[in-house]
Design a protein around this ligand. Structure first.
Ligand code: PLP
Length: 282
């Protein structure tokens, strides 16, 4: 399969990263994951705009425009004959002698992209997933899609060791987000999710869900909610590029609602599929 390294299409086996690449040494960079359905990117523009925005937030200019990256990714999809899967992109601050301070402007970022064939998470979307609660000990710039994922990895690992799929993180009892997803609750017919501030990644899927709510007269609100609200919610779901809209049916061993996919989550899943079909065809 082909991968992209700094605008060039090369064979996966020929891709090499320098030991002094700042992504490798410091996690000094940003990334995106984009779903491909039917050979077409879903919400590609939104993801690429966020990539450039994340770069800006760490003082890094990504040397391509959204449409330039899009063209490269479309070629990658074609070359790899990708129908259903994901694209992974990352941009690091480049290669320079190890130094905490940013290198001078003549050091150019390292841009890498590759594709993976992967199906939709149909099983989890139907039966739902179990979760644990975990203190959110991450930094205060969670809105940046940074390569620094250690906090997220440790949260996810804790969930896996407890036989669960995801860790629901909270700061002083306020639910923020998962390790790889945003969290929403449904109470009395209303979808509630943490506001898009510095404490969460403003998920593209999250934004799509809110848009779907607005366009379909489903009440929604971006309001902080507590662990108690979470536990007494009628339905709870995860949203994210890889997980799409996945119901949470258990939290710390306690059932959410009756412990299965709830009606509003199921409705949102159906409306989400319509969005996919609108953008990527069937
Ligand atoms: N929050 C975190 C920490 C994530 O890693 C992700 C990535 O999938 C999300 C939320 C969801 O974002 P998106 O819907 O853009 O994939």
């Amino acid at each position: 399969t082909y991968v992209i390294v700094n605008g060039e299409f090369i064979n996966r086996s020929e891709a090499k990263i320098d030991i002094e690449d700042r992504g490798y040494q410091f996690g000094d960079g940003v990334y995106e994951v984009i779903r491909v359905y039917n050979g077409k990117m879903f919400t590609g523009t939104e993801h690429l705009e966020r990539l450039i925005d994340s770069g800006k937030k760490i003082g890094m200019d990504i040397p391509y425009t959204v449409s330039e990256i899009k063209q490269q990714l479309e070629s990658l999809i074609d070359k790899n004959r990708l129908n259903l899967g994901t694209l992974y992109l990352q941009v690091t601050r480049g290669i320079a002698p190890r130094n905490h301070a940013f290198p001078s402007n003549d050091v150019s970022p390292t841009f890498v992209a590759y594709s993976k064939e992967v199906g939709r998470p149909v099983e989890n979307m139907k039966t739902g997933v179990k979760t644990i609660l975990n203190a959110d000990i991450r930094w205060l710039l969670c809105d940046i899609k940074s390569l620094n994922l250690l906090g997220n990895l440790m949260a996810k690992q804790k969930a896996v060791e407890a036989g669960c799929f995801e860790a629901i993180q909270h700061r002083d009892g306020v639910v923020t987000e998962g390790s790889l997803s945003n969290i929403s609750i449904i109470k009395n017919g209303k979808v509630i999710t943490h506001p898009a501030d510095n404490l969460i990644l403003n998920g593209i899927t999250r934004q799509k869900v809110l848009e779907i709510c607005r366009n379909n007269d489903i009440p929604s609100s971006e309001t902080p909610f507590t662990v108690d609200d979470l536990k007494s919610a009628d339905e709870v779901f995860l949203s994210g590029t890889t997980v799409e809209i996945t119901p949470i049916v258990e939290i710390e061993g306690e059932k959410v609602g009756n412990g299965s996919l709830g009606p509003i989550t199921e409705h949102l899943q159906a409306l989400f599929v319509k969005e996919i079909e609108k953008e990527c065809g069937t």
